[in-house]
Design a protein around this ligand. Structure first.
Ligand SMILES: Cc1cc2nc3c(=O)[nH]c(=O)nc-3n(C[C@H](O)[C@H](O)[C@H](O)COP(=O)(O)OP(=O)(O)OC[C@H]3O[C@@H](n4cnc5c(N)ncnc54)[C@H](O)[C@@H]3O)c2cc1C
Length: 288
């Protein structure tokens, strides 16, 4: 199906994009990789009258190390994340995730900013970005603001961004000595996560679990941090039995989704199993 007609605008800078967003506040949409926006437009689930193409905005590209964090430009593609040396060295979890997003074409066009702004409940990055305790840097008419990731995903396809704001970057704390792992059961057709679980573990000097963060996507209508799992393991030895017991808490307190790909009971089981696997693997690779 063809989308409804729209006007096309090409922004050359962040300021220009913001100006266009505020002019077309009720009817404008940013275009990054187009791999989520165009499908929903073709299905006529979204009918923006104005498309603001930001792909030429160079300020939104690139990965830099700034004050103990990696600053990842919103237009960084999945392929760039999968292959960037700074990401591989300091935030390897993101490289691991980027490798399993969609297919080659999706990875070369789709961007991390677009993926987070779209907030698809089956998208991969949200699990990892939550487990890395990242921050989203956004600019709007009132200037810049930093949104902790715990406050960013607010519901199905919904984020804390205002309609006139754009994501400029994602800040990820540099990881040292942590073990990490992303486990995903992929939809065989699209590659999206039926369930995806990211775990980041730091060991204390005595070898116990000093810190643990677990992000889960696909299980319910928005990605979330599995804090009950984390709380039950923090300070413990992280043996196989305790991890198995903790992983069973991963689906507590959420409305597990059921659909043609995975009914509720199956998705619940997958959520628990992938949580156990992700944590065990992260533990194996964490250094004391
Ligand atoms: C066949 C196929 C398979 C896929 N498989 C997977 C998969 O396995 N896992 C996965 O996670 N994803 C998957 N995707 C989605 C893909 O990763 C998209 O690239 C991504 O979700 C959106 O990024 P984009 O740059 O294409 O954004 P766009 O489609 O351009 O934009 C998406 C939304 O974000 C907004 N937006 C874009 N950039 C910004 C910004 N900087 N600030 C604020 N708002 C912004 C747009 O206005 C729009 O509302 C798949 C997509 C396709 C088509």
């Amino acid at each position: 199906m063809h989308p409804y007609p729209f006007a096309y605008h090409r922004a050359g800078s962040i300021d220009e994009a913001l100006q266009l967003l505020s002019t077309h506040a009720d009817d404008g949409k940013l275009l990054a990789g187009g791999h989520s926006l165009l499908p929903v437009m073709k299905l006529r689930l979204a009918q923006p009258g104005h498309i603001i193409d930001i792909t030429g905005v160079q300020e939104l590209r690139g990965v830099q190390q700034v004050d103990g964090a990696l600053q990842i430009g919103a237009l960084t593609t999945h392929h760039e994340l999968a292959t960037d040396p700074l990401i591989t060295e300091h935030a390897g979890l993101l490289a691991q995730i980027a490798h399993v997003v969609g297919d080659q074409q999706v990875r070369h066009r789709g961007t991390i900013g677009g993926a987070l702004a779209h907030a698809d409940p089956a998208a991969d990055y949200p699990a990892g970005i939550l487990a890395l305790d990242a921050e989203v840097v956004a600019r709007g008419p009132g200037g810049e603001r930093v949104i902790p990731i715990a406050e960013f995903f607010v519901g199905f396809l919904t984020t804390a961004l205002d309609p006139q704001e754009l994501i400029t970057a994602i800040r990820v704390p540099v990881q040292a000595g942590t073990g990490f792992r992303y486990e995903k059961l992929a939809n065989p057709a699209s590659g999206y996560a039926i369930v995806g679980v990211a775990a980041v573990v730091a060991k204390a000097s005595d070898g116990t679990i000093g810190e643990i963060k677990v992000g889960i996507t696909g299980a319910t209508d928005t990605a979330f941090r599995a804090t009950t799992v984390e709380d039950s393991l923090r300070g413990g030895a992280g043996d196989a039995e305790s991890v198995k017991a903790a992983a069973k808490l991963a689906s507590d307190g959420i409305d597990v989704l059921g659909d043609i790909h995975a009914p509720v009971g199956y998705r619940t089981q997958v959520t628990q199993n992938l949580t156990r696997r992700a944590i065990m693997n992260a533990l194996e690779h964490a250094s004391a």
